[in-house]
Design a binder for this molecule. Sequence first.
Ligand SMILES: N[C@@H](CCC(=O)N[C@@H](CS)C(=O)NCC(=O)O)C(=O)O
Length: 221
Amino acid sequence: MEAHIKPLLLHAHATGPNPIKIAIALEALHIPFNVKFWDFSDDPNTGVKGSSFLSINENGRVPALEDPNTGVVSWESGACMNYIRRVYDLGNLIGPPGGSAQDLVDFEKWEYFLLSTLGPMTGQVNWFRHYHSQKNDDALQRYVAQTYRCYDVLEGQLKKSGGSSILPSRVTAVDYHFEPWVRQHGFAGLSLENYPLITKWLGLMGCREEVREAYCKIQKK
Ligand SMILES: N[C@@H](CCC(=O)N[C@@H](CS)C(=O)NCC(=O)O)C(=O)O
């Protein structure tokens, strides 16, 4: 199928976790894509807050995804992921494993939990640990506690598969959403010591071909 598909263009940053999810999904579906790297500045040509990038995503954040096959431009990793699934995952390799109303909700609730909670809480830990101009230990501890609370929830869910996948029956795009955020726990100064199933799941994810290929592409600046 990929022979007929023109490469998509994934707008990314060398270390930010959100674009990697999309690269993993594209690799899983064997969709050809190129990567354009941006920095976090407001430089008009190179930065996500500069005029070139803002004409693609007015929110000034990566990922954004351009598809020359359809002319569709998407941004927000959830929207990019679901666009890819609707257009390119016709065999349902990475979507909800079952078709019941409960199956669809189960997929979406874990996807939204990452997008609205685990990802942003970890992002705030990173902010207050590494980037905020003043030390603010209250804020840091609040976001650390919230991220560990998310880890508790995830650890509980992983019991259903023995640590193989977040939805019990197989790896899906939900795992792709979580993988880069959990992988960066060390940068956030968080430990997986109390989370044996998250540790196991992360190890298994790291061995998957689509994950390895995605990291090669995103880190190959
Ligand atoms: N909710 C967005 C978040 C995107 C996001 O925060 N991306 C980061 C990189 S992982 C970014 O572009 N940061 C630039 C900035 O904070 O200025 C999504 O899921 O795509």
